[in-house]
Design a protein around this ligand. Structure first.
Ligand code: G3I
Length: 328
């Protein structure tokens, strides 16, 4: 048994990982990615982002994202789709134009409708709005917020609901963010966003879930009880939750044996919290091997955050999570 088969046996929908086309010529990587016992779900790490899917206004490009979708299909894995309205990885036509509210609304309408329609029948979930909050819980400045205020959030969810209305697999529509389990003001901000979308139902908006990205730090990961209680504050509003980008980085390297034992405890706390919350539906790793982790590129000197080493050895954290799932 592997992580996915055990997680499903424990009543959850999927255990998965982010992956990208630049990983697809790596045979040892693929041997793990393609193992249906380990992973029942994949997320494209970059190829569905705006700068790649619509690099110039009106020009849509799906080469790489189609390859990730095809991989999911071949492997019979669920495809979580990521992401539509986000301040980052935007093409310059979005960031360098002075929009009026109505022209920017039209740009959102075109982008979301085209991308969602292209992946009709393939996506089980869409991260519709990503990272709308600053660490203070206030809205993050972005081209969308600066021109449209908070209205861009329910607008994105209403476009997504209407573009996916006839989709045979009816994707679940998610708000996705990080540090929402760490900073109380950011938790409050995300709860406010869920309520804002729910209160916009008359305009066709709908939210089904909240993604906790879960980019966490070894030794600074909240306890299982604290995490579960945060997740429950969202499920109490009627939405499901998922851990959408899990990795737990060592704050300094190299990691000692003791650091790796702490990392194992932290992974167990997080996956255990999902197990403990009925409406926590799944866990996605943000890459499963350190070989392709985004962390050292952005935070040099930190990392080793994944369950497998760069040379594909399972870490203590892998075995600890597997043991947790075996006893679940
Ligand atoms: O593809 C180009 C390549 O042509 C170029 O030579 C190279 C030089 O820098 O850059 C390559 O693009 C990089 C891209 O990843 C693909 O590898 C970008 O520079 C790099 O910034 C980009 O990083 C991604 C990051 O999002 C961008 O914000 C990471 O791979 C990806 O893991 C990360 O994922 C995000 C989630 O989408 C949202 N939540 C946080 C998470 C971690 O930052």
């Amino acid at each position: 048994p592997g992580l996915h088969s055990l997680f499903v046996a424990a009543g959850k929908q999927y255990f998965g990982t982010a992956t990208e086309t630049n990983n697809f010529n790596d045979a040892p990587y693929l041997a793990i990615l393609n193992d249906p016992n380990e992973f029942g779900q994949i997320t494209p790490e970059n190829s569905q982002k705006w700068e790649i899917t619509q690099p110039r206004q009106g020009q849509f490009v799906f080469n790489n994202s189609d390859m990730v979708a095809a991989k999911a299909k071949t492997n019979k894995q669920i495809l979580r789709c990521h992401t539509l309205t986000w301040h980052s990885q935007l093409p310059s036509f979005v960031t360098a134009t002075s929009w009026t509210p109505s022209t920017l609304r039209a740009v959102l309408q075109t982008h979301l409708t085209n991308v969602i329609t292209h992946f009709r029948g393939a996506c089980s979930h869409w991260d519709v709005v990503n990272e709308a909050l600053a660490e203070t819980g206030e809205y993050r400045p972005s081209v969308f917020f600066n021109v449209l205020g908070e209205s861009y959030i329910p607008l994105s969810f209403s476009i997504a609901a209407s573009a996916s209305a006839n989709d045979p697999i009816k994707p679940k529509l998610y708000y996705n963010d990080y540090n929402t389990e760490l900073f109380p003001q950011k938790t409050e901000g995300a709860l406010r966003i869920v309520k804002l979308i729910q209160s916009s139902a008359a305009s066709g908006a709908r939210i089904d879930g909240v993604g906790f990205q879960s980019h966490l730090t070894v030794g600074k990961t909240p306890s299982q009880a604290a995490l579960a209680s945060t997740y429950q504050s969202f499920t109490a509003l009627g939405v499901e939750v998922a851990l959408t980008e899990l990795d737990i980085a060592h704050p300094s390297l190299p990691a000692t044996d003791a650091d790796r034992e702490q990392q194992a405890k932290d992974y167990v706390a997080v996956v255990g919290a999902c197990l403990a919350v009925d409406k926590c539906v799944g866990v996605t790793l943000w890459q499963f091997t350190d070989k392709y982790s985004w962390i050292p590129g952005i935070f040099p000197g930190t990392g080793d955050a994944c369950l497998w080493t760069a040379d594909y050895k399972k870490k203590p954290a892998y075995f600890a999570v597997r043991q947790l799932l075996e006893s679940a």
